[in-house]
Write a protein that binds this ligand. Sequence first.
Ligand SMILES: *[C@@H]1O[C@H](CO)[C@@H](O)[C@H](O)[C@H]1NC(C)=O
Ligand SMILES: *[C@@H]1O[C@H](CO)[C@@H](O)[C@H](O)[C@H]1NC(C)=O
Length: 481
Amino acid sequence: MDSRRDNSSSDELLPPSVRYFDKEPDRPFSPIFRRLHSAPSAGRRWVLGVCAFLSVISLATLGLLALYTAKSDQVTDIHDEVDILDPHQYVIGHPTENFRDNLRNDTKYITSWISAGWTNDVMTYGNLLYLALLTDRVPIIPKFIPSHIGSQVAPISFGEIFDVPRLSKALGKPILEWHQVKDVDSKSLDDLGCWSIWEAVQFTEHSPRFSFLSQWLKLDISYTPTPDWVKLTPPDVGDKHSSFWSLASLAFPEARESNLRDPYPSPEHQLSLPPDEQLLCYDYLYYVGAHKPFEYDLDYSPAWRFVGQHMRWSSRLTDITDTYVRRALNITDNEDTPPFISIHMRHGDFKTYCNDIPLDQCYASLPVIARRVTEIQQELLERKGLDVKHIIMTSDEKDPGWWSDVASLGWTWIDYAAENTEELYGKWYPVLIDAVIQSSGAGFIGTDQSTMSILARRRVESWQDGATRIVKWGHPGADDH
Ligand SMILES: *[C@@H]1O[C@H](CO)[C@@H](O)[C@H](O)[C@H]1NC(C)=O
Ligand SMILES: *[C@@H]1O[C@H](CO)[C@@H](O)[C@H](O)[C@H]1NC(C)=O
């Protein structure tokens, strides 16, 4: 197994940070929509009223004129606004053997690669989409490639998991996926010049960040190291983040030109290529922040507010999950799915951080989690008048004894083995369904330091106006409060 993969899973452990429980209502933001929806000031209303009146008159006149001219079929398409989000407008046609043959010569694009566990890869694509907004380029999103679920598993497309048309609308931006650009069965290796951030932000690996995507996409990439000033924190701070706007500046001619230097030859064709101007690309965008490292955990996070919160699940994934939830809660056909509290207890490789402490004392115990459940039930009752009785556990714990203790608390879970979920839907689905369940709770309880819990908490707060708690762990009494 590639050791870089082992390292990448540790991305899930974040440094301790200040917790906050501010509520972020779902306020879809897009620069376009906000302008359209901005309320006129009281003083301007009279003027606007007159303008509106005059507009009605002139529109009526125009309308009459139109009646006479509309006989010709040259009427302007009033649906232009919808079409500008259609991704097919931003490629020449069907996927091609070489990606470049499908790029439009009047369009600029941006892409990047992934190389961690699925949750972190979701954050990485969120960062890519946010950079697409900053640089005003059309994003091309690769598939998710397997890491924790076994390297034999086929990649899954972004659009199978997320509702891309809805995301595109919220962002006011077309979104392309790589399989719409380059034929997935292409045998042709494409040359591409990209920026490598990795060597500017960490000092242990002297190469660009590795990703299996270059093999999947059949790309032979020549990397140009970015300047050191892309690093978000001072040089002496051992943190791997770069800053959004320093990376964005390299998308524009002036900063690009003045920071060009000798590219590394590509591994296959040994070509040295400067960073591509039409298809801007960076090696790895997981570690990017606007102001601080690990911003998905902070309330102002621009990547979450401008992009992440609009990454809603595809309707197919939501429907599949709802079926499982209803069965786990034993809901009959003529009842609605009741509100529930979701829990994510990450164990598995988090044991690495327990050192000498026995696991049953290192991880938060079930009574400690039950105390959080009671808090959430009280908050939901007081704040929203919701009496929530159903509790659904998601966890990578393998010990049947632990699960039977979960059952004796009256909590439930989805038994993916008994449900044959992998056989029915594929190996990606247990983890995807877990993520949807976590995000669908009226309340959510997560594991401190887990990025899967961080995203679940943000979703429950943004989408459900829900109550959330994060359970601390690492030693007995860690979650005392
Ligand atoms: C751009 O592409 C269009 C359509 O394929 C073509 O007609 C035009 O000549 C191209 N322009 C340039 C500058 O290559
Ligand atoms: C499921 O619900 C039905 C009808 O409400 C009930 O008869 C049955 O005992 C329940 N089964 C379980 C396992 O709770």
